[in-house]
Write a protein that binds this ligand. Structure first.
Ligand SMILES: [Zn+2]
Length: 288
């Protein structure tokens, strides 16, 4: 029992955390690929975006469709794995680089999001992005074909409607754009709520899981939630100190460095923008 439960999980972790052990680092990655995680859970990747899907005996649960091209490709791939239809498409948050293209599943699926995402998707009026017909505010459970999936809202962070998808049976959590793995935050924190973001991460840290699947980049573990929360806290403390000393935005951007994060993905390009976004947030200036 112990091994049947843990061994697949450990193998998945090993192959995800140390991809060079399981795949050639020399070959360029294909634009689209599917990785079998554990039991009935799969990761699919389209260029730099990724999401998960779950195949059950009574239908398939898909998360972010990513784009029309990605969703069309994904639908064909799913058909090679199962005869079951896609019954749910779950939007991680309303940003269109993650949720475009779900219309290819509209013949069989219901579309799910946090309640605050719905009006934004409605307003965007993209015919390839069906408006969610199932929404929730705090928590929602989907039980399908023996699979139990929980959608949980942990507060405002990278958007005001980011959900986490938690699969207790596989000890896996899927969260998009607000818990990057050893990666700094995106640019000048557009559309985000930095103070609440830190509190949101503390809520995620209270959930029980081992594997963290983000919407971009490498897969991580629960430990990466704490690491990213500590990054945001260090960024906020450094910016706050400059503000208290009367530093301007430009001065702050030239003064702050967090060398302990230099190895993280995106530091060279986005760290100064992260400082910019945090400064504007703390000083309540408009952000891009
Ligand atoms: Zn986003």
């Amino acid at each position: 029992m112990f091994f049947s439960k843990w061994l697949p999980r450990l193998c998945v972790l090993a192959s995800l955390l140390f991809p060079s052990l399981s795949a050639s680092a020399q070959q360029p990655r294909p634009a689209d690929e599917i990785t079998h995680f554990a039991e009935d859970v799969y990761l699919y990747r389209h260029q730099s975006h990724q999401a998960i899907f779950i195949v059950t005996s009574n239908g398939v649960i898909v998360t972010d469709p990513i784009s029309s091209d990605a969703a069309t490709w994904l639908k064909a791939k799913i058909a090679t794995l199962t005869d079951q239809p896609v019954r749910y498409v779950i939007y991680s948050h309303h940003h269109n680089d993650h949720i475009t293209g779900g219309s290819v599943f509209a013949d069989t699926a219901r579309f799910v999001s946090h309640a605050a995402a719905r009006p934004k998707i409605l307003q965007a009026a993209d015919p390839t992005t069906p408006v969610p017909d199932l929404t929730f505010t705090d928590r929602m459970t989907i039980d399908l074909g023996g699979k139990h999936v929980e959608l949980i809202y942990t507060g405002r962070n990278h958007s005001d409607n980011s959900l986490v998808l938690w699969i207790p049976q596989n000890s896996l959590l899927f969260a998009v754009d607000f818990i990057p793995v050893e990666t700094v935050a995106y640019r000048a924190l557009p559309d985000s709520y930095p103070d609440e973001w830190i509190e949101s991460l503390k809520q995620v840290e209270r959930l029980d899981f081992d594997i963290l699947v983000p919407g971009h980049g490498k897969v991580g573990t629960k430990e990466h939630v704490r690491l990213f929360r500590e990054y945001l806290e260090a960024l906020r403390a450094a910016v706050r100190e400059q503000l208290q000393n009367g530093a301007s935005l430009e001065e702050t951007k030239t003064r702050i460095r967090l060398p302990q994060y230099e190895q993280w993905y995106g530091y060279a390009d986005w760290f100064t923008e992260n400082v910019d976004g945090m400064y504007r947030s703390l000083s309540q200036q408009p952000r891009q």
